[in-house]
Design a protein around this ligand. Structure first.
Ligand code: NAD
Length: 531
């Protein structure tokens, strides 16, 4: 496909055009192209490469009669209308992780900056001082670095910290033991990491579960005199609580690259003598910029030459006939995967997916991708998409097995998903009764039948009377309308599972009250309301 015409409409590194030329393409490098010229000419191109300036919106896509691929040099795709692109059959690729090394190195710079108080010593010298005593530092050797989040950046930080002779411990409920072992990182609970860390560095996404994770409460659980680094997202830290902890000395010092509000005007924090502040630059290096340009060019070359799809953020091409057959099951797969991710209590080493009945005869690979996407998103890995899902599993050393059987198990189609590790296993099964009617039909081998509604409450309890009444009363008293209440039980094991579908989400407070009911052994809420 070297006849494919490629337009680069943003300022990617000029080397990118050379790389494409070397591969036999003749890209047009037009970083200054105006919007009106772009609208007039986009119809001539098969590939569009952008950074963040070009708005790839519905208006542009509608004029792009021949466009096959949009490549974004960078992670976010805010400037691309993904729905419109998918609708037009245009593959969108990005380069997640292109700045991971830069972010990891900045974290190390801040770590050393904190240990040796370099910015303050520099300021003092610039003021004509020579304060050797004041700036006595701390060695890293033998100190404990606690990482919250051991993904792309956290794992790179761990390797570098190990080279300094630090002991690295991490809290990340969603990565496999094997992955951590390979990094020589000890996986611990959040409380244990907080209690053991001399330095604590955040590398997890911002979401409902992680917002203000560093707060008055969690700071109390930290080792007194801890040093904190945040190169992830500002919202992970309650800045007021941090100010209090710096004032009391509970937190000895903090290095922050990201802030609750950006640009930050929290000068009380920024100017605090024990704070090192940088303006969200952890991922900004010349190399990272070049790398994302080269990465996207190489991805486009691989796609055009060999049909290899990497880091696509929307749907990969399967034949339209196959897509038509399989598309009703995509939602079932994603919802089951997400549900399992939200209610499961195990560290995943393996995901086993089995298709039954008519599904066994179809190209079910896209359903597996949706299952993994739902699962990983529920685990807080927001950057994952359908196309990157298998790769994400590989990188986390999570083994994915897919099997099928044309045998029908009470339903014309059935998807069974198991999460396993060496010690335990949890699983859910679901079926599509007819289009749009999705059912959860068993949990851990206990049969039940519940609609996969938007808001679910999942309960495990000992099989005893009264549970429905107690839960129902609590929900009713708190104004939560029950759409469906299903109970399944395993007589021999004396276990029962309840799934309540509600019209609105439960507050964390109400979920806590349900957990505290004597008859309830375990309760978790799940939201399946993204579509
Ligand atoms: P990643 O998705 O590779 O890793 C995130 C890790 O956090 C995953 O392993 C996930 O399992 C874990 N996680 C999710 N929820 C968790 C929870 N509740 N508790 C503990 N661990 C949890 O992401 P990444 O590329 O390593 O990025 C990490 C963070 O750094 C993100 O917030 C990202 O936005 C930020 N980032 C900042 C900059 C910058 O310039 N400052 C640059 C790049 C990325």
């Amino acid at each position: 496909m070297t006849h494919s015409r490629i337009l680069i409409s943003d300022s990617l590194s000029p080397g990118v055009a050379d790389l494409l030329q070397g591969a036999g393409f003749a890209p047009e490098f037009r970083p200054d192209i105006s919007r009106s010229e772009l609208l007039g000419r986009i119809g001539d191109f098969h590939v569009l490469l952008v950074r963040s300036k070009t708005q790839v919106d519905a208006e542009l896509l509608n004029k792009a009669a021949q466009l096959k691929v949009v490549g974004r040099a960078g992670a976010g795709v805010d400037n691309i209308d993904l729905d419109a692109a998918t609708h037009k059959g245009v593959l969108v690729m990005n380069t997640p992780g292109g700045n991971s090394i830069s972010a990891a190195e900045h974290t190390l710079a801040l770590l050393l900056g904190l240990a040796r108080r370099i910015p303050l010593a520099d300021t003092s010298m610039k003021q004509g001082q020579w304060e050797k005593k004041k700036f006595e530092g701390t060695e890293l050797l033998g100190k404990v670095l606690g990482l919250l989040g051991l993904g792309k950046i956290g794992s790179e930080v761990s390797k570098r910290a190990r080279a300094f002779g630090m002991t690295v411990v991490a809290y990340d409920p969603y990565i496999s033991d094997k992955f951590a072992r390979e990094l020589e990182v000890q996986l611990l609970s959040l409380e244990e990491v907080l209690a053991r860390a001399d330095f604590l560095s955040l590398h997890l996404p911002l979401g409902d579960a992680t917002e203000r994770l560093v707060n008055d409460d969690t700071i109390q659980k930290m080792k007194p005199g801890i040093r904190l680094i945040n190169c992830a997202r500002g919202g992970l830290v309650d800045e007021e609580a941090l100010m209090r902890a710096l004032a009391s000395g509970r937190v000895a010092a903090a290095a922050l690259d990201v802030f609750q509000q950006e640009p930050s005007t929290n000068f009380g924090l920024i100017r605090h003598p024990n704070v090192i502040a940088t303006p969200h630059i952890a991922g900004s290096t010349q190399e990272a910029q070049e790398k994302v340009g080269f990465e996207i060019a190489q991805q486009v070359i691989d796609y055009l030459r060999d049909g290899v799809v990497r880091n696509a953020v929307n749907f990969a091409s399967i034949s339209s006939r196959e897509f038509e057959q399989i598309s009703p099951y995509l939602e079932l797969g994603e919802k089951l995967g997400s549900l399992l991710g939200q209610i499961s209590r195990i560290r995943v080493g393996e995901v086993g997916i089995r298709y039954y009945g008519e599904l066994a005869l179809l190209n079910y690979k896209p359903v597996s991708s949706c299952i993994l996407k739902g699962l990983f998103r529920a685990m807080g890995i927001e950057s994952v998409n359908m196309i990157s899902a298998f790769n994400e599993a590989r990188e986390r050393r999570i083994l994915v097995t897919e099997t099928s059987s044309s045998r029908e198990r009470g339903f014309r189609n059935l998807i069974s998903i198991q999460l396993r590790n060496e010690a335990r296993m949890e699983w859910v099964e679901g079926a599509l009764l007819h289009r749009g009617n999705l059912r959860l039909v068993s949990v851990d081998g206990i049969g039940l039948e519940s609609p996969l509604g938007k808001f679910l409450l999942f309960i495990r309890n000992q099989d005893q009377p009264g549970v429905i009444g107690q839960v129902g009363t609590l929900l009713g008293n708190n104004g939560i309308n029950i759409a469906n209440f299903t109970l399944g039980r395993h007589e021999e094991r004396g276990e029962a599972i309840g799934v309540v579908s509600t019209d609105s989400p439960l507050s964390p407070e109400l979920a806590r009250k349900i957990r505290e009911l004597p008859a309830v052994a375990f309760a978790a809420t799940a939201r399946l309301d993204w579509s």
